[in-house]
Design a protein around this ligand. Structure first.
Ligand code: F6R
Length: 357
């Protein structure tokens, strides 16, 4: 039930802090430590390489998950779009583990890969929001997202839940291998939940940004580097699917290799910057597009802000920043769609779960 909310999407965006807290609880043992089912842990730590397979928003969560698995658990990880993997299977390592990320657990493209790799005898793990879904039943292991039912076609809380569960999986796997952790993940995820709350409490700011930047435009760009590049790809998808504005998520440094030709007077360019080591370079990219007339909106993280930034999000651990930086982009997409009279919860041409290949 959406209760007093005008749309499921808005309700689900608002539920994200609660979902973070639910996930922390669900993956905690009696001693108060993060823990993962032993079968899953063994499968992860037996793998010499992990292949994440997913579609759409879940694929974008996988891009962030790869960072955790490589940086925290030190397992080489590849991320693949399911519909490509089926017909153009990469060279596999000796001991691969396949992780399927799927909110619904019913996506046909992902299932096609699952069926194929099972035939090859490889272990499989599904991260899904739906216990008993097809991908959960057919995989060797399942981890649940605990996000509660997601009704809006545009995925929001499932994306952040997927990222949070992947951070826990990587942390527990890394610890089991004896790696020292440089931060306390339970505490950091708590800080994330509080930061998300501050953002969902500040909706007017995002409604205004949507009004200023997206009321009339036909296209928009989102740029970022490193972790922020993953987030801007999701930001662009969200804007496209519900507002029908053509949008592209781009690596800040790659724009000058051709695409910058599309920047005209007034083209909206959103930049996300949460990573210390790329803050200066992405700001350089913002200047490049501004010099060509772009209408730039910079969303920065506390500690990295500069005068003139459009919005400053609260500080969270750099590795976890996608959980927080995505929230403004979800709300901006929501309000852009609303201002343009689009059917937010049921965008044209789309279904909640895509059960055809
Ligand atoms: C975008 C969206 C889709 C899904 C994709 C995969 O908002 O919802 O891109 O993420 O169809 O769906 P699942 O995660 O159910 O496999």
């Amino acid at each position: 039930e959406k209760g007093t909310y005008p749309h499921y999407m808005l309700k689900e965006i608002d539920e994200q802090p609660l979902v973070m807290r639910k996930i922390i609880q669900a993956y905690q043992n009696d001693a108060g430590e993060l823990s993962i089912d032993e079968g899953v842990l063994n499968a992860v730590n037996a793998a010499d390489r992990i292949y994440i397979v997913a579609c759409g928003t879940s694929y974008h969560a996988g891009l962030v998950g790869k960072e955790f698995l490589e940086k925290t658990a030190k397992i080489p990880t590849e991320v693949h779009v399911a519909s490509e993997f089926v017909y153009n299977t990469p060279l596999l390592s000796d001991k691969p583990l396949f992780i399927f990320i799927s909110q619904s657990g019913e996506t046909a493209d992902s299932r096609a890969v699952l069926v194929r790799v099972k035939e090859l005898g490889h272990p499989t793990l599904t991260l899904t929001n739906v216990a008993g879904s097809t991908l959960s039943r057919e995989a060797s292991h399942t981890l649940l997202l605990h996000a509660g039912p997601e009704i809006a076609v545009a995925s929001t809380k499932a994306y952040t839940a997927q990222i949070a569960v992947l951070s826990i999986l990587a942390e527990v796997a890394g610890k089991a291998k004896g790696f020292e952790m440089s931060f306390d993940l339970i505490q950091e995820l708590g800080i994330v939940a509080t930061a998300m709350e501050a953002l969902t409490d500040d909706k007017e700011a995002f409604e205004q940004i949507a009004r200023d930047f997206l009321s009339v435009t036909r296209n928009a760009f989102f740029i970022g580097r490193s972790m922020d590049y993953h987030v801007v790809q999701e930001a662009a998808l969200k804007l496209k699917e519900i507002s029908y504005i053509q949008a592209e998520g781009f690596a800040g440094g790659e724009l000058k290799h051709g695409t910058i030709a599309l920047i005209e007077d007034g083209t909206p360019v959103f930049a996300v910057t949460t990573q210390e080591n790329v803050n200066l370079s992405i700001r350089g990219n913002v200047k490049e597009v501004a010099a060509r007339g772009a209408h730039t909106c910079t969303i920065s993280m506390k500690g990295m802000e500069e005068e003139g930034d459009s919005y400053v999000i609260p500080y969270v651990h750099e590795l976890l920043s996608p959980l927080v930086s995505v929230v403004p982009t979800q709300l901006i997409a929501y309000y852009a769609a609303l201002h343009r009279d689009c059917d937010v919860d049921k965008p044209r041409n789309l279904a909640k779960s895509v059960t055809v290949e």
